[in-house]
Write a protein that binds this ligand. Sequence first.
Ligand code: SAH
Length: 372
Amino acid sequence: MTNIVGKSVNYLGFTQSDWCELLAELGEKPFHAKQIMKWIHHRFVSDFGEMTDISKSLREYLTNHGGVSEPEVCQELVSTDGTRKWLIKAASGSLVEMVFIPEDSRGTLCVSSQVGCALDCSFCSTGKQGFNSNLTTAEIIGQLRIALRRLSEVYPDRTRTVTNVVMMGMGEPLLNIDNVLPAVELMMDDLGYGISKRKVTVSTAGVVPGIVKLAESTDVSLAISLHAPNDELRDQLVPINRKYPIASLLDACTTYARNLGEKRTITVEYVLIDGVNDSAELAAQLSRLLQGFPCKINLIPFNPYPGTTYKRPSMIAIRRFQDRLVADGYSVTVRTTRGDDIQAACGQLVGQVEDRTRRQSHYKTIVTGGAA
Ligand code: SAH
């Protein structure tokens, strides 16, 4: 079980099967799982003493062996467009970021899975922070619990504030799959947060063994960060491509797509960077590559951050790229940039990472020409 910290258990990360297992060990009835989970995830109660419909002895056992504990919120920032970003303190002491994007008919929570990221995609500021550690299941699901409580104060008239969750914050979810899977299960479980499997999305830079493992255990929605239609270019933008090239990535996705049924498809994310991957030739190549692959394409205009030399293409170039794909019959959306005034847009999340990979100092040297 991944929820044990020292001798103390964080029950926030317990799935229904974790509860049933524990209750069986204690000789208790499995229906208590339902009661306890409703207290924790529906009523946001963290103190077992308040869970009045379970026996005193069970409450005492749980209290003596652990608790329900969320990561601490250190800061909340609100963009002029209503996007909200929270800095959350992980057990390691580093800060990760989580973002809520409100729209008229839905609200999307972008959740982090790791402190920093080990992958170092060339256009992503999270990668420049280096990597520190994985978030625990409790720290991942805790982000949703924190957001729901806070948003019910901000939007008292809305019955549902978070309708969609995307694992597109800091980190590579499939390199922390053992903690991400139970968190995703809790997001979708009716005794957890009851979000439809269509509306919970795991996004990956292309960790093929992770996709294979995901296919064995869930049917959550999947997005892949493709960003280039050939290995030569993708090797430069998304270095993990050198280990798992495009053909193996699309292969794993085709297997995964079987879990999704006929009406659901995989999302192909493509960051558009001026003069790097936005030409008509590359649009045509992408169209050929994805022929027959069950997907929709999401174009993400590059979001700049301090120190990058990449630029966002003009709106005309973005539309041209989109039109080329639409003409070939693809469903293509362009992601609206939200929250960039508070550095909350895709790829701008940096938190405050106690870097273990010494990548931060490496990039500082590059940006300042060695003066750091
Ligand atoms: N590691 C996962 C999830 C995190 S990133 C993944 O790679 O999918 C979420 C999305 O934002 C990814 O598609 C990522 O490539 C994209 N992204 C990263 N940096 C960006 C930037 N500067 N501008 C726009 N999108 C960016």
